[in-house]
Design a protein around this ligand. Structure first.
Ligand code: FES
Length: 266
């Protein structure tokens, strides 16, 4: 068994995003005006902003990749959106890199390089809109709290399929709090009702939202992406738009307070 603490999302990601956006759109602005007014001072500023923007974009990509791999739920609509967001950001940086290569020896822009920057800035704007949707609709980077101000918990386990596995201690969770377990590669949510524990699949059957990132009230879990509700004990749908049930798992509490997943998937 291995276990480690984990952020629900990397806090640096949204904090770094404004820098490449500001620098690269600034480069487009300075180059355009510099081209029109034939001002070396302006296009030199545009050249410096391009370098700063590409460097800031590469830096912002690091926490972005961490979020993509560890925070955005696999197989979800959010993952597809995040893939498009990342790919478009790479394309935008490449377009600004191409525009840089087309500059003259004195860093002067040309019509072609400025046109490339314009396409790059438009691509960056659309990628930014997708990123905003990932935060506001898919709640990536939102660090909400469970009942009684419970914080996000996530742990990794490896065990034999079908053999009881200790996944928590009774004190780990208060009533209506949840914890995301990675058991042999499967994402399972452990939740506490008033006097016992329940476990169910993390993936909402509507569009793959993480139920561990949802809300639990007395055994009913609500997905925050579009509001579907499931009975955490049976996996049955209580409220759509989801139509298919989620998988539910048997949980047992030992005398010493250990909480066991009775038959973990392999
Ligand atoms: S993904 Fe739509 S309700 Fe869960």
């Amino acid at each position: 068994m291995r276990s480690r603490a984990h952020f629900k999302a990397h806090p640096l990601h949204p904090a770094l995003i404004p820098f490449p956006f500001a620098f690269l759109t600034g480069a487009l602005l300075f180059d355009t005006i510099g081209l029109i007014r034939e001002s070396r001072a302006l296009w030199t500023t545009g050249a410096h902003l391009t370098i700063a923007g590409i460097a800031a974009g590469v830096l912002a990509a690091i926490p972005g990749i961490i979020d993509y791999l560890y925070t955005v739920p696999p197989g979800s609509s959010g993952k597809k959106r995040a893939t498009r967001h990342g790919a478009l950001n790479i394309i935008a940086l490449a377009l600004f890199g191409g525009a840089w290569a087309l500059r003259g020896p004195d860093w002067s822009p040309s019509l072609a390089s400025t046109a490339l920057e314009l396409v790059g800035a438009s691509t960056l704007a659309y990628a930014g809109w997708l990123g905003g949707t990932l935060i506001t609709r898919n709640l990536i980077s939102v660090d909400h709290r469970y009942a009684r101000a419970g914080k996000w918990k996530e742990e990794w386990f490896a065990g034999k399929a079908g053999e009881p596995l200790v996944v928590a201690h009774t004190d780990d969770l208060a009533a209506d709090q949840m914890k995301l377990l990675h058991v042999n590669g499967h994402r399972i949510v452990l939740a506490r009702k008033a006097d016992h524990f329940i476990a169910f699949d993390d993936s909402c059957t509507h569009r793959g939202g993480s139920l561990a990132g949802g809300v639990m009230i007395d055994g009913t879990v609500q997905c925050l992406w579009h509001g579907s509700q499931f009975d955490g004990s049976t996996g049955g749908v209580r409220c759509g738009p989801a139509r298919q049930p989620i998988g539910a798992y048997e949980v047992r509490q030992a005398q010493n307070g250990d909480v066991l997943l009775v038959s973990p998937p392999g």
